[in-house]
Each structure stands twice: as structure tokens, then as C-alpha cells.
Design a protein around this ligand. Structure first.
Ligand SMILES: Cc1ncc(COP(=O)(O)O)c(C=O)c1O
Length: 375
């Protein structure tokens, strides 16, 4: 089976992890600090808090905003469940808006239509690693005084108007799950240029306690500490962070390889009438976390089964969040409000893409799709 995503772990990564395993310190320590500094340096942003998953990162990013319970937060339904679940953890109401057909990112015009006096924030997702229409989203946020969280779990290393993702929203969130741009096994980070939000996110990631391990256990440390907020244990380990720092050095190479694969797919599909290939807008550097196509005049589910049976690890990103029984039960959202999301959902399929994928693999995927016969 050619998987839809796969990590790239080399000898250097293994050596860095082994160094930590051979040391006295496994959990959150100097390697986490080094990884956080490396993330800031890479993105050119001021603060970062490394955590144990992208979901945890979303939870503390939302929590850091400290907005009143019951407030509305606008977001996309075309994402992984964690995006809107993070609002529920914080007792906020997700308000879904439709997406744009070309990028599958949140539609700024529909954001405007869904704003009410209760709206306090927008959580937008850079779908597949293609940055959203950030300029328009920021204009809306400024006009209505809304916070912005960028769920950039797909978009580490991507840029918008020449600037790295991580510098646009009040807080930006990343995931380091193995299929993501870089991996720490499981892991995530929140980055921001706002020192107050950074401080709150840092408190929330470790019980709301105001002293870290070095401050509590070092030679000059006293026993006292305070718990200032109701936080969690979302800490990353030094083992994960050592892997993260090593992976980050290869990120630009990973993205370059992903871009080459995406372009090769686009070229090979040029003469295929039942396949629509994805677009890249002029003002972005795409991260190519996933490569998705839209099928025309063929049944997606039949093509999906045919490809899986043929050894191609296809996927569907995403089932719109309001389809899930939990969301139906609690929010009873009518899918007719989301014509674009519904159309895309019925026709989309995710094809394999990962840095180690070679030309023969790409050719095999495309050849298999082209060989699909309509029944
Ligand atoms: C858009 C998006 N947000 C959040 C997450 C959650 O990240 P993690 O799996 O690291 O918790 C994911 C993971 O798939 C994602 O794709």
C-alpha cells in the first residue's frame, strides 16, 4: 500500500533522540526550550510554547484568549474535528461558515454574514497547507474587534505575501503528528507575537503553574509556586523536542519535495477529464501537507474503494464537522447552509504525498486512477 502520508526519519534524527535517552532528563527540559527557540527563529516570531499535540495547542490557544463562556467563534466545517472541539472544551459555541471552492479555505464573505454581537473570534484553517485569504480575514477581525487563531496544523513552513505563517493571527497553532510537515511522534506548538497571550498559553499547558521544572528543582530553587489558571498537563518531552529540532532543519527540503510531487501530479493529470487538480494562489507558498483532487462525473466512493483495493492509500479530508452525530445531537446544523462544503465533500479524494515518495509511485497512482472504468 502506498500510504497517503509518511514521516521521514534519518540517522541524524535518531542520534538526537538517543542523546536524550542516554541523558538524565527525559521530560520537559532544555531540549524543549531549544525546540521552541528554533521554531521562533524559523518563523521569525517572538514566542512559542511546545505541547504534546496539535489538539492541545488549539485548546490552550483558545483558552489563552479568555473570552466569556457561551461566546460564538466562527470557524470552518472542512477540517479535522480538533479545530472546533477546542471551542467546545472552552465552552464556546462554534459557528460554521462555508468554504471557498478553489482553496477549500474558509470564505471571508460568509464569515461576514455569520457575525453577531456574540462573536468574539475566528479560527481559520490553512487547508492542505494553502494559507487562507488572510488579508480579508484580518480586515474583518479589525472591523468587528475579533481575535484570530490560525490553525496551521497543515501549514508549518508555508508563507503568505512573503511572510512565514506564524506571524498573522493572534495565536497560530501547529501539529507534529507523523503525517504533518515535521514530526515529533505526537506534538504541537502555539506561536504568537503577543507576550501576554504567550504567558497565558504557557501557564495553561502546565497546570496553570507559574514555575517550570528548572525553576522548581534547580540548585537555587525554593519549594513555592502558584497555580494561577486551570491548566492541563500538555507538556512536550525532551525526547520529542530533540526530534523536532532535528526535523525542523529539514523542513524546507521536505516542502520542496512535496511541491515537486504536487507539480508532477498536476502535470500527469492534465489530460484526465474526470480529475480537477488543486490550485495555488499567487501570493502564497503552499506547504502541500495533502494533495487532493476533485472528481467529476464519477462516483467518489467507488473510486475510493477501487484505489484502496489497488494498493493506493487514499483518504477523504474532510467529513464536514456538522455531519458528526455528536455535532448533530448538540447543534443540529442544516447542511443546506454549506453548499460549497457539501459539493467538495462529495467529490474530494486525498492522494498520497510525502517527501520520500518517488516518481514511480506518483506515476503508479495516476495510472491507476486513469485506468478506472466507469460502471
Ligand atoms: C487542521 C487540524 N487541526 C488540528 C489537528 C490536531 O492535531 P493533532 O493530531 O496533533 O492533535 C489536526 C490533525 O490532524 C488537523 O489536521
Amino acid at each position: 500500500m502506498i500510504p497517503y502520508g509518511l514521516q521521514w526519519i534519518d540517522e541524524e534524527d535518531k542520534e538526537e533522540v538517543m542523546k536524550v535517552l542516554s541523558s538524565d532528563w527525559l521530560t520537559t527540559g532544555p531540549k524543549v526550550g531549544e525546540f521552541e527557540d528554533a521554531l521562533c527563529k524559523y518563523m521569525g516570531c517572538k514566542h512559542s510554547v511546545a505541547v504534546n499535540s496539535g489538539t492541545s495547542a488549539l485548546d490552550i490557544a483558545v483558552g489563552a484568549l479568555d473570552i466569556p463562556e457561551g461566546s460564538e467563534v466562527i470557524t470552518t466545517p472542512f477540517t479535522f474535528a480538533a479545530t472546533s472541539n477546542s471551542l467546545l472544551y472552552n465552552r464556546l459555541n462554534p459557528v460554521f461558515v462555508d468554504i471557498q471552492k478553489d482553496t477549500r479555505n474558509i470564505d471571508p464573505e460568509d464569515i461576514r454574514r455569520k457575525i453577531t454581537p456574540k462573536t468574539k473570534a475566528i479560527v481559520y484553517v490553512d487547508y492542505a497547507g494553502h494559507p487562507c485569504d488572510i488579508k480579508k480575514i484580518k480586515e474583518i477581525a479589525e472591523e468587528f474587534n475579533l481575535y484570530l487563531i490560525e490553525d496551521a496544523c497543515h501549514a508549518l513552513g508555508a508563507s503568505y505575501c512573503g511572510k512565514k505563517i506564524g506571524n498573522f493571527a493572534d495565536l497560530t497553532v501547529f501539529s507534529f503528528h507523523p503525517v504533518k510537515p515535521i514530526t515529533t511522534g505526537e506534538g504541537g506548538a502555539v506561536v504568537t507575537n503577543n507576550s501576554e497571550l504567550a504567558e497565558r498559553a504557557r501557564l495553561l499547558h502546565s497546570h496553570g503553574i507559574d514555575k517550570n521544572a528548572t525553576e522548581r528543582y534547580g540548585p537555587d530553587a525554593g519549594w513555592a509556586y502558584d497555580m494561577k489558571m486551570l491548566g492541563r498537563n500538555y507538556r512536550m518531552t525532551d525526547i520529542q523536542a530533540a526530534l523536532g529540532t532535528s526535523q525542523l532543519k529539514k523542513l524546507d527540503m521536505f516542502i520542496e519535495k512535496r511541491r515537486e510531487i504536487a507539480e508532477f501530479y498536476n502535470e500527469l493529470f492534465r489530460d484526465c477529464e474526470f480529475v480537477e487538480t488543486p490550485v495555488t494562489k499567487d501570493d502564497v507558498k503552499h506547504g502541500w501537507h495533502i494533495y487532493t483532487i476533485l472528481l467529476k462525473d464519477v462516483n467518489r466512493d467507488k473510486v475510493f474503494l477501487y484505489l484502496r483495493k489497488s494498493g493506493i492509500g487514499v483518504n477523504v479530508h474532510y467529513i464536514p464537522i456538522y455531519h458528526f452525530s455528536y455535532y448533530q445531537k448538540h447543534f443540529n446544523i442544516n447542511e443546506n447552509y454549506f453548499p460549497i462544503t457539501e459539493d467538495i465533500f462529495k467529490r474530494i479524494i486525498t492522494l498520497p504525498i510525502y517527501p520520500k515518495m518517488n516518481d514511480e509511485d506518483v506515476e503508479l497512482v495516476v495510472k491507476t486512477i486513469k485506468a478506472y472504468t466507469f460502471i
